[in-house]
Write a protein of this length. Sequence first.
Length: 331
Amino acid sequence: MDSVDLSVLNALHEWQAAGEKVWLVTVVETFGSSPRPPGAMLAVRGDGLSVGSVSGGCIEDDLILRAQNGQLPAGHAEMVVYGVTREEAWRFGLPCGGAMRLVVEPVLEAGWVNDILAHIRNHRLVSRTLHLASLHIALNNAGRDDTLAYDGETLTTVHGPRWRMLIIGAGQTSSYLARMAQALDYQVIVCDPREEFREVWDVPDTTLVSDMPDDTVLALQADSRTAIIALTHDPKLDDMALLEALKSPAFYVGALGSKSSNARRRERLALFDLTPDEIDRLHGPVGLAIGSRTPPEIAVAILAHLISVRHQPQPADAICVSQTQPQETLS
């Protein structure tokens, strides 16, 4: 999940455990332009300390003032609206007549926060349904295509990594890429059959596997929310992964290397059972052409390209809708 929202959950856990008055604010609906999307969260403490973001700052200021003055709800959650009039939109920094609906809830116990954090640590998606009047909370397993839902009485939010990234190679560039990708809602899996690289891998909260790259891609069962990036510089390893990745539904498949090395790579791939259209899916050189040279610069270029591709409209048949599937209640 978004690292900002993860920080909100961690703050809720720490503050509630310390006996502080705490509220969770969640964006549930936006109209027109708005700084933060539905699902964005803010934790507010009774003394005005806050973590997270629901706007460009002015709405946070108003919520903090309400918390300090005892004007936020105590025994129930409620929906508040900002930006209904042009004057109010201007006051709260909402551009182009934007408006936002927020649910503000007091956090009276942190058991559900601990449970969500535990599932996130295990790379599992979990949905949280809040009944506004009673503050009753239910947690359920969720899928990567499940979304926020609000009907006026209940609010359901989804927490955990919605996207996956498989990185081939555990080198320095991979290390920077993995750390940055986690902040962008990716569950990161790193594949490297070379023991000398695995022994020095030090990125926490990633999954490190030693299987061969093609077997790893097949086992991953890539879907339209999966990115596969080959970064070993070793054609024997990178090409093995690409032979399977380019046939998968992964939304992004990329390989490190110069234009000439990737041209040779495409010639090699054409010798196998890949169609020209499948080979054309390869982003090589990987990332945006921003003149990156160092490992962190290359990681930035890759993630910038992923952001661009993720925000492009997806074909209807590439989206797997799972909301109609029954949810499994967590024990």
